[in-house]
Design a binder for this molecule. Sequence first.
Ligand code: GDP
Length: 142
Amino acid sequence: MPVERTLSIIKPDAVAKNVVGQIYTRFEQAGLKVIAARMMQLSAAQAEGFYAVHRERPFFRDLVNFMISGPVMIQVLEGPDAVAKNRALMGSTDPKKAEPGTIRADFADSIDANAVHGSDGADTAAEEIRFFFSGLDLCPRA
Ligand code: GDP
């Protein structure tokens, strides 16, 4: 399996629940390494830019307002098949439909407050990583 990188965000609801460490443990136990991380409070412009692909969707304003409601923890994960592996760890977008044992099933409350973001493909991952990190921030390890 190719070693890939993906962008993960622990959303304001999960940061507020103080489960950043529990979510990191899931990444680590699945063989994903955190190679860059930053906690920040997004501005509206930053959240709108990050989710620009959704700007015509009816839930866009709710999504942006939620993402700026508190600090988020943003990380680059690296490992074999990282994009798909992180999506599998996350579970379905709607936590009510998320498979038992996934991050969203265990920590999320609603489709808005759904605990985590994860890139949905290799190209999106590269774009999303560039949105938040420079090459100098990445610390790949053997
Ligand atoms: P993801 O890749 O599983 O995060 O899902 P998407 O990329 O499709 O959507 C981005 C985010 O927008 C999701 O994580 C949800 O927080 C939110 N979202 C997606 N679909 C809906 C919806 O139908 N209603 C609402 N309120 N929010 C949604």
